[in-house]
Design a protein around this ligand. Structure first.
Ligand code: HEC
Length: 161
């Protein structure tokens, strides 16, 4: 191949790369309103479970045993700290919750109830980075976070309001 045709090939490939990058940029969206695709959701959920599971396993905390009184106290804490996104019943995300990306989940759903108690505790304490879920460790006592976990456990028995 002559020097001239090699240069033409290189120029052609560079143009192709620039055009593809331009197209990808044009199609890409960071809008919070677009519904995440199945692949993205599956990947993000898997990653979240691996990381939370790993972090929660390293925690040294004593679990507060479940009691109805603890769940009732959790309901009060929940009404102050969590309803703005998760809804009053914890099962019906508000307009804010429905407009966040990732979306705010129904805390009584099987997907959320799959977490172990210690994993739920970890999530409430630390939040989930790059999502709208805040970490409450600086403001809640450990006891309050256990009350919240116990309240979340009662949600499958409560119909959505
Ligand atoms: C500012 C909005 C906001 C507030 C306030 C909020 N959350 Fe969340 N929460 C989220 C979002 C968004 C997610 C989804 C995160 C994700 O999917 O990665 C989430 C997820 C969760 C999850 C994990 C569900 C799952 O399966 O991923 C739990 C548990 C939870 N929140 C509990 C609470 C509790 C308890 C409070 C109050 C102490 C609270 N949240 C306050 C936005 C919020």
């Amino acid at each position: 191949m002559s020097k001239r045709s090699v240069s033409l090939w290189i120029v052609g490939i560079v143009i192709l790369i620039i055009l593809s990058a331009g197209f990808a940029f044009y199609r890409a969206s960071i809008s919070a309103l677009d519904e995440p695709g199945q692949f993205e959701t599956a990947l993000a959920t898997k990653g979240k479970h691996i990381i939370v599971g790993h972090q929660a396993a390293k925690m040294h905390v004593t679990e507060l045993p479940y009691s109805d009184a603890s769940a009732d106290t959790g309901a009060i804490v929940f009404s102050v700290e969590c309803t703005a996104c998760h809804g009053k019943d914890g099962r019906s995300p508000t307009h804010i919750g429905q407009s966040m990306y990732p979306r705010v989940p129904d805390l009584g759903s099987p997907e959320v109830q799959k977490w172990s108690n210690i994993e739920l505790f970890w999530i409430v304490q630390h939040g989930i980075r790059l999502s709208g879920m805040p970490g409450f460790e600086k403001f809640n006592t450990e006891e309050q976070s256990w009350h919240l976990v116990h309240f979340i456990r009662t949600l499958p028995n409560h119909p959505k309001q």
